[in-house]
Design a protein. Structure first.
Length: 355
């Protein structure tokens, strides 16, 4: 696809960049931001002119609806720089579509394509020097929207603010990740907002994850809310299970986010002649596979982490260490996917979009 640059945009650029003050080799994920951000307000039933301005705090009323009723959504994307110095996005139309799907579910206005994608293109053209070359390096993109109408009546907001902020990034997780399977807490429920990238989905995970951390685990594998027998997501990622030489991942639903990395890995695995099945895996099936040795790998998949192997999992009082496999599907797929994203390998899928 081709993204048209947004022309009807106000530019208010900083006089001095802070890029030379940044140590790009020692970044903590999501803590450093570029010089500029995009802001666009929805007022009186229409979107105002977007503005690119210096990254800075903005004022908001204490009675803004976002604080009281949680109308807040976001996306996670990345920009990459190839060896020629060109900047690329990965399947941005998927993030745009999912953002507006989230907006509809939370009774928020949809963001026009020219604001979301066109504005992002203009912002990245301005901030292109923040996209670093090299293995594992990228520019993390966080589009988000919040409710800004004042008043504490329980109803949807009339006014909203859409923003895009940018953060230079290296890999999201480091070291081994061990997980615990949830047998009480749920990430989402049927009829709820699990399929939306709503802020509340993530805050609801913090307490169960804190309990897991206290037991020595980094993340939680969530199970279905009704029976806690079906494996669904891992922390903030979709999750894959390799049993023998078949990859399994849960189907998307009202409870499970339609991850861009997830769907890309499914297509990529099929191209690599791997057996892939989109079906629910039961907790009992996973434990049985771990006991008989047929469980080879578990890995999470998401924009921030790309692919993150899991070293072992716990369920109730039992812990199962995963074997060290030589022909890791997780590492193979991660290499293939990141090579496409960074233009090391040819993009035969047409997923990458040049800025």
């Amino acid at each position: 696809m081709e993204i048209k640059t947004l022309e009807d945009i106000k530019l208010n650029l900083t006089e001095r960049s802070k890029i030379h003050d940044i140590d790009f080799e020692n970044l903590s994920f999501g803590n450093v931001f570029t010089d500029h951000m995009l802001v666009c307000d929805f007022v009186d039933g229409r979107w105002n002119q977007p503005e690119i301005m210096p990254y800075k705090p903005f004022s908001i009323e204490p009675s803004a609806r976002v604080f009281h009723y949680g109308q807040a959504i976001f996306e996670g994307m990345k920009a990459y720089k190839d060896e020629a110095g060109d900047v690329w996005l990965f399947r941005p139309e998927q993030n745009f579509a999912r953002f507006n799907k989230s907006a509809v579910r939370l009774a928020m206005p949809e963001v026009p394509e020219e604001v979301f994608l066109g504005g992002l293109k203009k912002l990245l053209q301005i901030e292109k020097d923040w996209v670093q070359r090299g293995t594992g390096k990228s520019l993390y993109i966080r589009p988000f929207m919040i409710a800004t109408s004042t008043g504490v009546i329980a109803s949807p907001s009339n006014n909203y603010r859409f923003c895009i902020i940018l953060s230079p990034a290296k890999s999201y997780y480091s070291g081994e990740v061990k997980v615990i399977i949830a047998d009480h807490f749920s990430r989402a429920a049927n009829g709820g907002i699990g399929a939306a990238k709503a802020a509340g989905n993530y805050s609801a995970q913090f307490y169960p994850t804190k309990l897991a951390n206290e037991k020595g685990y980094q993340q939680v594998i969530w199970t279905d809310d009704a029976t806690h027998t079906k494996l669904e997501e891992a922390g903030t990622m979709n999750v894959f299970f390799r049993i023998n030489d078949t990859l399994y991942t849960a189907p998307t639903s009202e409870r499970i986010l339609d991850g861009v990395t997830r769907k890309s890995l499914i297509e990529l695995a099929k191209r690599e002649n791997m057996n892939v099945e989109v079906k629910s895996v039961l907790v009992d099936e996973l434990i049985a596979a771990a006991k008989d040795g047929s469980l080879k790998e578990i890995f999470g998949a998401g924009t921030a982490a790309v692919v993150n192997p899991i070293a072992g999992f716990a369920y109730k009082d039992d812990y199962f260490e995963l074997p060290k496999v030589e022909n890791s599907f997780a590492l193979h797929l991660k290499e293939k996917l990141t090579n496409i994203q960074t233009k090391v390998d040819e993009d035969t899928f047409g997923w990458t979009v040049k800025i």
